[in-house]
Design a protein around this ligand. Structure first.
Ligand SMILES: Nc1ncnc2c1ncn2[C@@H]1O[C@H](COP(=O)(O)OP(=O)(O)OP(=O)(O)O)[C@@H](O)[C@H]1O
Ligand SMILES: [Mg+2]
Length: 270
């Protein structure tokens, strides 16, 4: 369903050296698969999600969903089939609008309805029902401004909004990292429930090894812009946080060896 072919993205660092944020990344994800992405800071996870969503352009490579190539489509066109939730709980909702208005916007996104048309009685009822199903009483606060809610409450609503119109692909970039542990659990459980109920295809980035083993049927680990580890199904179910942490340590050790070799070569030739 999602097919990434040889994606490469480079940046220049402060010293003018080329950094490979993505290096020849290829990945195929079947429809309905929930893929968790882990990797150290700067390993290319956000860049991967950004180039899929179109907020960043790859230097090379292609992206397709359901056989349709997206590589040359602008971000706003991709947004009609790709849902996103970011780390910042204030990014996905509009603070100056009410909860109801935010959800109404999500329900009509890309269809060209005005807000007044969108807020029909039927839609209001549907919004009330879906918000009540989150289970934290927000159905009583539908007419309040979004800015009166906590980060966790806003992120739960952002999840609902990002999935309202059943995206072909859902991209979650550390979407619970800024929340307190209780809110993070709430948003993650809601994520799991919505994804399962609606059979969504998901890429979820996390730094939590606990969450990485608990969620999804497949796990990939990135390092220096490449996929270095890819497990699924039974192997994924058997994975433990300690094992993932050991893999990170192995990668760090290999980096330290590379750095010492590079240092020795520098000393020898300068
Ligand atoms: N706009 C940019 N300009 C320059 N370099 C960038 C830019 N965006 C990303 N990079 C670099 O690309 C590499 C990958 O960054 P990316 O944000 O994808 O990592 P990440 O895995 O999401 O890290 P984190 O876990 O910290 O969020 C890093 O070296 C980063 O410094
Ligand atoms: Mg990131």
């Amino acid at each position: 369903m999602l097919e990434l072919t040889r994606l490469t993205k480079t940046y220049s660092d402060a010293g003018g050296d080329t950094v490979f944020a993505l290096k020849d990344v290829s990945l195929r994800c079947e429809r309905g698969s929930f893929v968790v992405i882990v990797g150290s800071n700067g390993s290319g996870k956000s860049t991967l999600l950004n180039v899929i969503a179109g907020s960043d352009t790859p230097d090379r490579g292609t992206i397709s969903i359901g056989g349709k190539t997206l590589t040359d489509l602008p971000e706003h066109r991709r947004a009609t089939i790709i849902g996103r939730v970011f780390q910042n709980p204030f990014q996905g909702t509009i603070g100056d609008m009410t909860v109801m208005e935010n959800l109404a916007l999500a329900s009509c996104c890309g269809r060209g309805f005005t807000l007044t048309q969108a807020l029909s009685r039927a839609l209001k009822n549907e919004i009330r029902e879906k918000v009540a199903a989150i289970g934290i009483g927000l159905e009583d606060r539908l007419e309040q401004s979004m800015s009166t809610l906590s980060g966790g409450q806003r992120q739960a609503l952002t999840m609902l909004m990002a999935t309202w119109r059943k995206p072909r692909l859902l991209l979650l970039d550390e979407h619970t990292a800024a929340l307190d542990p209780r809110s993070a659990d709430l948003v993650l459980n809601l994520t799991g429930r919505i994804v399962a109920e609606r059979g969504l295809t998901v890429l979820m980035v996390t730094h939590s090894m606990q969450h990485a083993v608990l969620f999804g049927q497949r796990l990939i680990m990135m390092h220096h812009g490449q996929i270095v580890y890819d497990i699924r199904d039974g192997e994924k179910r058997r994975a433990r946080p300690s094992e993932l942490i050991s893999r990170f340590e192995e990668l760090r050790r290999a980096d330290r060896v590379d750095e010492s070799v590079a240092g020795l070569l520098r000393d020898q030739y300068h």
